[in-house]
Ligand binder design. Structure first.
Ligand SMILES: [Zn+2]
Length: 143
């Protein structure tokens, strides 16, 4: 694997509107002290992953440091995305008490879920996005 090649191959940006940010911020706040989670529906257009809809999911772990979306909710989410003519382009979750960087558990699951991972940190009040492409890389979020 040529590292320079994989570096230049990644030119993706994630588009998250102000309204979507506020919606996810509210969900993260409502679910404190636990992590909140959601599926992000949208489309990939050229080099942009454009979020069009947010599907709120339950964190069945009810944990402040981990999240799990049940298989039932995943099936429901993928079905709803399909009905809306959209793809599941991302997974959102919040970090109520840590920075917006993937935990060791997040990284493990990122490897098997090759979508954008959007993390909101209640510490920094900021959103960050990542993808796994032979390693975890950050992708810029634009409005
Ligand atoms: Zn996490």
């Amino acid at each position: 694997m040529d590292d320079r090649f994989s570096y230049y191959r990644i030119v993706l940006q994630l588009v998250l509107t102000e309204v979507q940010r506020q919606f996810l911020f509210k969900e993260a706040t409502d679910k404190k002290p636990n992590e909140s989670c959601a599926l992000l529906f949208g489309k990939k257009e050229n080099d942009k992953l454009i979020v069009r809809d947010v599907f709120l999911a339950e964190n069945v772990e009810e944990s402040p440091v981990n999240f799990t979306i049940s298989n039932e909710q995943l099936i429901l989410g993928y079905k709803e995305a399909e009905e809306k003519g959209l793809d599941v382009i991302g997974i959102f979750h919040s970090h109520p008490s840590s920075d917006p960087y993937p935990s060791a558990t997040d990284k493990k699951f990122m490897e098997i879920n090759p979508v954008a991972w959007v993390i909101f940190s209640d510490i920094t009040k900021s959103f960050k996005a990542y993808m796994f492409e032979s390693k975890v890389i950050e992708i810029p979020i634009i409005r």
